[in-house]
Design a protein around this ligand. Structure first.
Ligand code: SF4
Length: 508
């Protein structure tokens, strides 16, 4: 690629600026970005970071965080998504910029509820831990100085004086090892985690922390800063929510998933109504199995359930005619007569298929949407059982589905750690008798498709998705936000610049 001399100068200036702005590949993300960015960049940075954090979540549950597999897979993902992946790389300023901006965009999207904040914090912490531990000792030192966390290393005399105490209070540290390692004198407040776990020597209000444990201190510090920053950003919610440019984008980020759009069907009409009972047992995720069972038992579902289940059925291939027949047959077995069904319920089913009202072709709900919005109340059956059921009830349900006790324990452990989609993946593995499902679950219809592929020996026709790998862009909510106001990289707003993002991160 050739540059004209002006372009070359501009390029050099830009590189210089970036070098100054991002002296390290690792960041504490203390200063929000001040530059204007286009909607296209905003969207693609945000999607990539979301992908990265999903991978961090998946890897964190499937592998030990210090294992080689964990590190290799995470590095591969960082490389693929063009985030800084090697501490020593000197020319990754664009990657550092992307890292910086994308973190702040997701911070805006994920400050909006307690659940979102907790998830974001956990994944960012894991990502940071990996990156910090990948630094060489000298780069760690540089980074610590950069973020004003330079701790005082104790001198040899003091170390020799305290050698016995250091060895007996620091697990894994024999006397010769104490002699080899550098120890830092750290204020107690910074070493709370080590102190609680009895992994550090304490004297006169100071913890004596070996170099290899310094990551705990740094992570603690980062966690405090980030959770405070998230709480602060949450205070800007009223202004974020009234910003017409941002609110639809951010809502979609926190409720969307990064995967195919299940509204595009090439299996429409391939499923008969008679198959649904059997499919609900074999191939429906727990949320849909629960809805199907409730419908069969009470011959009715409330609005939230009809929306969630109706769109899922549409996604697995039910035609409008089949859907009308399916719902009507069931409802008239309960308290609703045929006339009332035609007047009161048929409209909303046609509406879901884009035949009424705004004629939006509604897409089935993703896991994120089901987990994050419209929680069920008494008498509702929608939602995600892993997120919304009482653990004891969930346990009973899994027992009734003949899941072995050890499997139930694993699922409940994941639920306890708030890894709801991973709990669902585990449920898939247990009900399909596979060790590793080999995909990252994001959508109930994906669960169905993958289950059918597996059960039919891979014969399930692979759907072609027109916007594979892109956001679920169509509006899922009944209230309907015009899709032109949602994330898109190809509309007329593509070149629009977003300015003034930093205003949301400042104190007032
Ligand atoms: Fe349904 Fe997704 Fe929850 Fe599984 S994780 S039960 S597919 S919402």
């Amino acid at each position: 690629m050739e540059f004209s001399s002006r372009a070359r100068q501009r390029h050099a200036r830009l590189a210089g600026d970036r070098r100054e702005q991002y002296p390290h590949s690792l960041q504490f993300y203390l200063e929000p970005p001040t530059e204007s960015i286009s909607l296209v960049e905003f969207e693609s940075f945000a999607i990539d970071r979301l992908r990265l954090l999903k991978v961090v979540e998946n890897l964190g549950v499937s592998h030990v965080r210090t294992s080689d597999t964990y590190k290799t897979k995470l590095e591969a993902e960082l490389r693929k998504l063009k985030f800084p992946y090697r501490a020593l790389a000197e020319d990754d300023y664009e990657a550092r910029r992307k890292d910086h901006i994308s973190h702040f965009i997701l911070r805006l999207a994920y400050c909006q509820s307690e659940d979102l904040r907790r998830w974001f914090l956990q994944q960012e912490m894991d990502l940071f831990r990996y990156r910090f531990n990948e630094l060489t000792e000298s780069l760690m030192q540089k980074f610590l100085e950069h973020v004003n966390l330079s701790f005082e290393a104790i001198g040899e005399d003091l170390k020799n004086q305290l050698a016995n105490e250091l060895s007996s209070s620091t697990p894994g540290f024999t006397l010769p090892k104490v002699k080899e390692q550098m120890f830092y004198k750290v204020g107690l407040a910074d070493a709370v985690d080590l102190f609680r776990a009895r992994r550090v020597f304490i004297k006169d209000g100071f913890a004596y922390v070996p170099f290899k444990e310094i990551d705990v201190i740094v992570l603690n510090n980062y966690r405090t800063k980030l959770s405070k920053a998230l709480a602060l950003t949450a205070r800007s919610l009223p202004s974020i929510q009234s910003d017409e440019r941002l609110q639809p984008l951010l809502n979609h980020l926190s409720h969307s998933y990064v995967g195919p759009d299940y509204s595009v069907q090439n299996n429409t009409g391939k499923i008969s109504l008679e198959q649904i009972d059997a499919l609900s047992v074999k191939s429906f995720p727990l949320c849909m199995r629960q809805l199907h069972r409730a419908l069969r038992e009470s011959h009715h579902l409330r609005h939230g359930g009809r929306m969630q289940y109706g769109l899922f059925l549409k996604g697995i291939g039910l035609t409008l005619e089949q859907a009308l027949e399916f719902w009507k047959k069931e409802f008239i077995r309960g308290k609703v007569d045929a006339d009332k069904f035609d007047k009161g319920y048929a409209y909303s089913i046609r509406h879901n298929y884009g035949k009424e009202g705004k004629r939006t072709d509604y897409t089935p709900y993703s896991c994120m949407k089901i987990i994050m919005s419209n929680p069920p109340s008494q008498g509702d059956y929608h939602g995600c059982p892993f997120r919304h059921s009482d653990p004891e009830l969930l346990k009973q349900k899994l027992q009734s589905y003949k899941i072995p006790p050890s499997g139930i324990a694993q699922v409940l452990e994941l639920v306890k750690g708030m890894h709801y989609q991973l709990a669902c993946q585990k449920y898939f593995e247990l009900t399909h008798d596979v060790d590793d499902i080999g995909f990252s679950l994001n959508h109930p219809n994906q669960y169905f498709t993958e289950s059918q592929k597996l059960l039919n020996g891979g014969r399930e026709p692979k759907k072609e998705f027109s916007n594979s790998g892109n956001f679920q862009q169509k509006n899922n909510s009944q209230e309907s936000i015009n899709s032109s106001s949602t994330l898109t990289s190809s509309n007329e707003k593509a070149d629009t610049e977003l300015e003034g993002l930093e205003a949301y991160f400042t104190e007032d």
